[in-house]
Design a protein around this ligand. Structure first.
Ligand code: MG
Ligand code: MG
Length: 255
């Protein structure tokens, strides 16, 4: 079931989304060569706690997970696509880092992700990140009343494929509100004009993921969480929580 949010609820979701934006900015600011993923998790914990927010990631245990998620961020480095567990690994020169973060505030959830490099960037990584961001922007632009879920999926997928990248199958965006994952699901590839019609008050997390090697397959690490490319190529991820409004898309997780 898709919950239609009131304008006031969307304003409240914006407050949660702003906490996510601040947490991601703080993590990005703290990320440099030699810093561990656990330290980045601690930075995000500090921002959430300071804002009076809690984490929808911490302790999350969907059906596929053998253990509850141990962090407030997912930290996915290089060939890790999404769901990377923040551990003692220290960032190295040229790493490509994707950070996904959520916050729950006043009963509402925000969810967003950014990708960036540390140290000297590889040009190929910058292009990968730019493509994920461009796909996200295209998806957001399609998030208008009267369009359908398939229009968002098509917009996202077209940008990723045009760049020659893979799109991990099975994973994509989702409705969001009082829970992190609500209906409908928002695939990263699809046919225009298909699927549920978008209406004002729907709130969606749109989240393109791209793999440099062009493969759509992934494998799961022994930790039961981290999803990696099969060919070892690098991946990037970008995400915003977006409200559908009569005035157009409203990004709830921007700074
Ligand atoms: Mg996310
Ligand atoms: Mg999400």
């Amino acid at each position: 079931m898709v919950e239609i949010k009131t304008e006031q609820s969307i304003d409240e979701m914006r407050a949660a989304g702003r906490v996510v934006a601040h947490a991601l900015a703080a993590v990005r600011d703290a990320a440099r060569v030699g810093v561990s993923l656990l330290e980045l998790d601690r930075v995000a914990r500090g921002v959430l706690a300071g804002a009076g927010a809690t984490s929808p990631f911490l302790g999350y245990r969907p059906h596929f997970a053998p253990v509850p998620f141990p962090g407030v961020i997912c930290a996915s480095v290089n060939d890790a696509i999404v769901h990377g567990v923040p551990d003692g690994r220290r960032l190295r020169d040229g790493d490509l880092v994707s950070i996904d973060c959520g916050a729950r505030l006043g009963g509402w959830v925000g969810d967003a992700a950014v990708s960036f490099t540390v140290g000297r960037p590889r040009p190929a990584d910058l292009r990968l990140i730019e493509t994920a961001e461009a796909a996200l922007a295209a998806g957001i632009a399609a998030a208008v009343p009267g369009n359908r879920i398939g229009d968002i999926a098509h917009a996202v997928g077209t940008v990723c494929r045009a760049a020659g990248y893979g799109i991990p199958e099975d994973f994509g965006g989702h409705g969001i509100g009082r829970s992190m994952h609500e209906d409908p699901s928002v695939p990263n590839e699809g046919r225009p004009g298909r699927g549920m019609e978008l209406r004002p008050g729907m709130v969606l997390a749109i989240e393109p993921m791209v793999t440099a090697g062009g493969g759509d397959e992934y494998r799961c690490d022994g930790d039961g969480w981290t999803l990696r490319t099969v060919d070892g190529s690098r991946a990037a991820h970008a995400e915003h929580t977006v409200a559908i409004t009569a005035d157009g898309p409203r990004i709830l997780t921007a700074l």
